[in-house]
Design a protein around this ligand. Structure first.
Ligand code: ADP
Length: 515
């Protein structure tokens, strides 16, 4: 789906192309019509001029003959006096007498082929000074006329616009004047106009489209800014922030106000939820502690039967589980509210990982799992030692929890350029590819899948967690600016990798000084 900006620009470009096209067509038609009108006026003027010249050829007394019979073959022609005068005229001028015969042809008219005369005379019958016609003519290119045509650079074929004017009685026996002139020049003007438009149009179009693209981009900028702001707000932890309705501009201000109201409602309900979890966990802590103390006291009291002891032992286990859950919930609720006390100090990871490993060995021994530590690079990071220990321990206990007896768990800490990777690899039950995207979700467990598990996974002790461990692990990693990832195959085992940034010596010194 193309962006709004691209769509706006394309629509604008199409509209502009259509407008320019329509404009060019109108100009072409208008220019053509006005060219034809000018040409028509021009030939009419020449016809009038011819008539005036004929009247002049009548002499001062006005009774000199205008035609003379030359010989029976040729018939009547225009008198030499008049002919000399009219020969000065440009264009095709022809005179016919009352019998409809051509009595005079101008210099240019004489270059026409025989067929063209007849064509002109035949077509001229329906014409008047206001009713012109265009006609294709051809010139005689043979003999002396041909030489003349070539010498003057005339085209052998041409299109002409012609009119016919009736002669007044004063120039009898001349009955009509036919004048024709090539349309070539007005056609050329039209073509030149179109050529210029075709040359200018792409530049105009390109510049306008670029301007439209820029303007569309600028107009959509506030929307972009608003979307970025909404994205930043709705990441879950910034719901207290609001969009700047003033900066959003007229049309977008309403949208900003509406979104702000929505974010406000979200903040209220999110806050309510978090507060509830935090308050409930907090309130549950004290009774659980009291309960645990009481159970422990009851267990220590002499005289209890072994059945009672077993029941108390079970009760104690459940209380411990519940206390763990309450602790996890409280931790996550605090994370969500941003009320967490994450210390930032230099933490040498080597002793932390060694301690976690030692715990893992003890847990592994009980579960019949071989735990190894192939690499332990000495490296110091900036962060909260207690939380990091919690994170590592969580991954290691998971590895032992989800690995059957006889399996292996490998823990390692390797420093690379600017980073350190804590890796826990197990040969356990693994995680199905379809489950992988969810394992860091709160309360997500693969329990349902586990009931369908392959025989190799039998023997995994069902120690129920709550599905909160990895959510907390992910949160701790992110709070330290790191990443957590997993590679796993069902029945083949899993590898969890936590990557943390290693500070530069300067950063370490600065952090130590601050502390
Ligand atoms: P839980 O308390 O259930 O262990 P976690 O958040 O630590 O909760 O883990 C979520 C789920 O991810 C577990 O229920 C289990 O299905 C799966 N999982 C975690 N670690 C492993 C592992 N090393 N091997 C196989 N599955 C694992």
């Amino acid at each position: 789906m193309p962006s709004i900006r691209a769509r706006l620009t394309t629509t604008y470009a199409l509209a502009l192309t259509a407008t320019l096209g329509a404009f060019a067509a109108t100009l072409w038609i208008a220019r053509g019509a006005s060219g034809d009108r000018e040409l028509q006026r021009y030939v009419n003027d020449e016809a009038q001029l011819s008539l005036r010249l004929l009247q002049q050829a009548r002499g001062v007394s006005g009774d000199l003959p205008l035609t003379e019979a030359v010989d029976p073959m040729i018939g009547t022609v225009l008198a030499a006096r008049a002919r000399l005068l009219l020969d000065a005229l440009p264009n095709i001028v022809m005179l016919t007498d009352t019998a409809g015969r051509i009595v005079y042809r101008s210099v240019e008219a004489r270059t026409l082929s025989v067929g063209s005369y007849d064509e002109i005379v035949r077509n001229s019958r329906q014409l008047t000074p206001t009713r012109a016609a265009t006609l294709a003519i051809s010139r005689d290119t043979t003999g002396a006329i041909g030489d003349y045509v070539r010498a003057r650079g005339l085209d052998p074929t041409d299109r002409v616009l012609m009119v016919r004017t009736d002669a007044p009685r004063s120039v009898l026996p001349i009955q009509s004047v036919i004048v024709a002139t090539p349309t070539r020049f007005s056609d050329r003007t039209r073509q030149e106009l179109l050529g210029a438009m075709f040359a200018v149009a792409p530049i105009l179009l390109g510049a306008s489209v670029a301007a439209a693209y820029y303007i569309a981009g600028r107009s959509l900028q506030p929307l972009d800014t608003m979307m970025d702001a909404v994205e930043a707000i709705t990441d879950g932890r910034s719901l207290h922030r609001r969009l700047d309705a003033q900066a959003a501009g007229d049309e977008l201000a309403r949208l900003a106000v509406t979104l702000n109201e929505m974010i406000g409602r979200l903040e209220t309900s999110f806050g309510g939820l978090r507060r509830f979890t935090a308050d409930a966990s907090h309130e549950l802590k004290t009774p659980l502690t009291v309960l645990r103390a009481n159970v422990e006291r009851a267990m220590a009291a002499p005289g209890g039967s072994s059945d009672q002891l077993v029941s108390l032992e079970e009760a104690l286990q459940e209380i411990t589980r519940m206390a763990d859950l309450v602790d996890s919930l409280l931790t996550l609720a605090r994370f969500d509210e941003g009320r967490f006390d994450l210390h930032r100090e230099a933490v040498p990871l080597e002793p932390v990982v060694r301690e976690v490993f030692e715990t893992a060995v003890i847990l592994g021994e009980a579960a019949g799992i071989d735990v190894t530590l192939p690499a332990l690079d000495p490296v110091t990071v900036l962060g909260d030692g207690t939380r990091l220990r919690h994170l590592f321990l969580n991954l290691v206990t998971n590895a032992i929890k989800y690995t059957p007896r006889g399996g292996e768990v490998e823990v390692s800490l390797r420093a690379t350029e600017g980073h350190v990777a804590f890796v826990v690899r197990d040969t356990g039950i693994g995680i199905a590819a379809a489950d992988l995207p969810y394992i860091f979700d709160r309360f997500w467990r693969a329990d349902r899948a586990r009931s369908r598990r392959a025989p190799a996974e039998r023997g995994v002790e069902q120690r129920g967690g709550f599905g909160l461990g990895l959510a907390i692990a992910q949160w701790i990693t992110q709070a330290h600016g790191g990443t957590i990832g997993v590679v796993s195959r069902l029945t083949r085992g899993s590898t969890f990798t936590v990557t943390l940034p290693v500070p530069t010596p300067d950063e370490l010194t600065a952090a130590t000084d601050e502390a």
